[in-house]
Design a protein. Structure first.
Length: 254
């Protein structure tokens, strides 16, 4: 089960944190992986880890807000591996904590450009390749901080708006692309221990406040999200599309 042998995956924002964890999990399940991010050197380090698993890896520098760079990332993947089967849209930023009344237009635009527009551009470019084989998996990284089924969160209105947009985009793409054999789902992580959350988790009071909300009693790890991505990319998840899988240690159930 959950065998991805000889599948070809692209993971954006994969030089560290959740993206690295997803890239390594896909490789461990048998996939060849394009590791994409804004630092080619750091991507190459992840590729070396993938190659140590006897899988193939490709490092590609890509700013997901730039259409030409996104299309080049997909083109390089096809040139190297022959096709694209799986896309994980992980690239994103928090954008910093700031009261809504002090949030600038530039700060709003930057978070929406990377977190939401980036997923649109990458999904469109990858899906054009996937339709050629009538099979594909697009996995969008959302968040519990996405409103509606998730939660709102103070001081990060721009981040919450972007992640809520991702869940809506996921549902819309699932409806359009399912007839082409492409499943589109999202993963909504809770608080995961990464460089993005390091500062927040370093504060003991903040960490304890978070743990009080999590029935599992621990902060999430990138491996937790990697395992979810492998499942959604697999044939075993064939009948799942348009869904958001929350991986939050039970936070939303509380």
């Amino acid at each position: 089960m959950f065998d991805l042998t000889d599948k070809v995956a692209i993971v954006t924002g994969a030089r560290r944190g959740i993206g690295r964890g997803i890239a390594l999990a896909l490789a461990e399940a048998g996939a060849d992986v394009t590791v994409s991010d804004i630092s080619l050197e750091e991507c190459q380090k992840v590729v070396e880890e993938i190659e140590a698993m006897d899988r193939k890896g490709l490092a590609v520098k890509c700013d997901v807000t730039q259409k030409a760079e996104v299309e080049e990332m997909v083109a390089q993947t096809v040139k190297e591996f022959g096709r694209v089967d799986i896309l994980v849209n992980n690239a994103g930023i928090l954008g910093g904590f700031k009261p809504f009344l002090e949030l600038t237009e530039e700060e709003w635009d930057r978070v929406l450009e990377i977190n939401l527009k980036g997923q649109f551009l990458c999904s469109q470019a990858a899906a054009k390749e996937m339709v050629k084989n009538k099979w594909g998996r697009i996995i969008n990284i959302a968040s519990i901080a996405s409103g509606q089924t998730g939660i709102g969160y103070p001081l990060i209105a721009h981040y919450c708006a972007s992640k809520g947009g991702i869940t809506a985009l996921t549902e819309a793409l699932a409806l359009e692309l399912s007839p082409q054999g492409i499943n589109v789902n999202a993963i909504g992580p809770g608080v995961i221990e990464t460089d993005m959350t390091k500062g927040m988790l370093a504060d003991e009071k903040t960490q304890q406040g978070i743990l009080m909300r999590v029935p599992k009693g621990r902060v999430g790890r990138s491996e937790d999200i990697g395992a979810a991505a492998v499942f959604l990319a697999s044939d075993e998840a064939d009948y799942i599309t348009g869904a958001t899988l929350f991986v939050d240690g039970g936070w939303l159930a509380g």
